[in-house]
Design a binder for this molecule. Sequence first.
Ligand code: MG
Length: 167
Amino acid sequence: MMDGSRFRVGLGQDIHRLTEGRRFLLAGVEIPAARGESGHSDGDVLAHAVTDALLGAAGLGDIGEFFPPSDPHYKDADSMGLLRAAFAKVKAAGWSLVNLDCVVVCEMPKVLSYRAALRDSLAAALEVPPERVFVKGKTNEGLGHLGRGEAVEAFAVCLLEKSGGVS
Ligand code: MG
């Protein structure tokens, strides 16, 4: 890159309301739950947080700029497809992923038993071994909107490295 950086860190966050009649999706993995994420797209809160972390690290923008919720094209959009499209732009800008670490905050369902599937799904989309991706599930200790089961929130941090090393 022009500024000579070899590494860039990125942070992403997203939150979606939980409502009946919607699927509960994390990184494209459907998890059985009484309520799922509302949203203009498929509501995949983890995919959105990861997308923002990657775009932010590369300094390219944010998910709302690339895939505007006002655009009917993105209604019920496959968020993992959006993630792959965003990552393609990150790669085209000369970056590859070193690692990704994520936190999902919700009371129910429990994320832990789906961790391997979530890591595999994100790793496949981002073209790295699953060892470079981690996902942790947390509750909000019953506090606030998350604690009442009204929403699910996700955080992601990533490290990008300039492809091909630095001269
Ligand atoms: Mg979102």
